[in-house]
Design a protein around this ligand. Structure first.
Ligand SMILES: [Zn+2]
Length: 287
């Protein structure tokens, strides 16, 4: 597994696009990695490998819906993934949003779109800092360092969480649905994310059509992201849809982890797409 993944990081079937002068990147991430979802996560990882042996960013949750992830068997499995070349990033703490929505728009976003999982949306700076600290300590205790990334559940980041993030030593990036944000400076790098929703049956066909359209619309973006979730390999049509998409985009994009992508971006600062302060994306209508 180890050597196969290492060689798979630079697959020889990937060619430089003859038209593109700048490199084109693909970041694939797997959300909600926790003991409860791990059997399903493994299915997703296997389905990715059916297409190509590429490095992923695994978004690991310290206490998914309250269940502590500090379980030796799980930690060992995650350590193995890291040794195999995948990046581990911190993904919230509980991945649950117990706060009351402030108005109907807030309610729709937090309860309907994200199924109440926008944990870092309404936290105070102190609360967010405490959860970030606890999460990074757990990473450090397992030797999963340096921890380069933090991704808020459902990409929902409130003002308090944003301030806590910028003060978190060593973090290299966070992300929203449409951007990677280099930390601590806060540069927003255009990086649209394709994601599937398999939460309910009616969403599945919509999701497949939507992502097909979005994949065409985002062809010109230097960075493209594919955000996979634990149940994305359970439905045949959904699995085959993103596998086809993955195969297609790998023809002219190099697969990298998010940490590597941000590192490459820093080396090529001229590829900065736009620069904006936190207010421009905080509570932005991503959804
Ligand atoms: Zn999540």
């Amino acid at each position: 597994m180890h050597s196969r993944m290492k060689s798979g990081m630079r697959p020889d079937f990937i060619r430089e696009s003859p038209r593109a002068s700048a490199p084109r990147w693909l970041c694939v991430s797997l959300h909600d990695v926790a003991p409860a979802t791990w059997p399903f996560c493994r299915n997703v990882l296997a389905a990715v490998r059916e297409v190509a042996d590429i490095p992923l960013t695994l978004l690991v949750v310290p206490a998914y819906h309250g269940e502590c992830s500090a379980q030796p068997e799980f930690e060992q499995a995650i350590s193995q993934q890291r040794l195999a070349g995948h990046e581990l990033a911190l993904h919230g703490y509980f991945h649950a949003d117990p706060h009351r929505p402030s108005d109907i728009v807030d309610w729709v976003r937090r309860r309907i779109y994200t199924a109440g999982e926008g944990e870092f949306c309404a936290l105070s700076e102190d609360e967010a800092r405490e959860r970030l600290t606890l999460g990074s300590r757990w990473f450090a205790a397992n030797g999963w360092t340096p921890m380069a990334g933090f991704v808020a559940p459902a990409w929902l980041l409130g003002a308090g969480a944003w301030r806590a993030l910028r003060g978190q030593h060593g973090l290299q990036y966070t992300s929203t649905l449409t951007t990677l944000i280099a930390l601590p400076e806060g540069h927003a790098i255009r990086a649209p994310c394709l994601t599937y929703s398999v939460r309910s049956a009616w969403r599945r066909p919509t999701s497949i059509v939507w992502n097909t359209l979005l994949a065409r619309a985002t062809q010109s973006s230097q960075i493209l992201r594919l955000g996979l979730h634990p149940f994305d390999a359970e439905s045949g049509p959904v699995r085959r849809s993103w596998q086809r998409l993955l195969k297609r985009v790998l023809r002219d994009r190099t697969p990298v982890t998010k940490a590597e992508c941000v590192r490459q971006w820093r080396l090529q600062a001229t590829h900065l797409v736009h620069r904006q302060g936190p207010q421009a994306f905080l509570r932005s209508p991503n959804f």
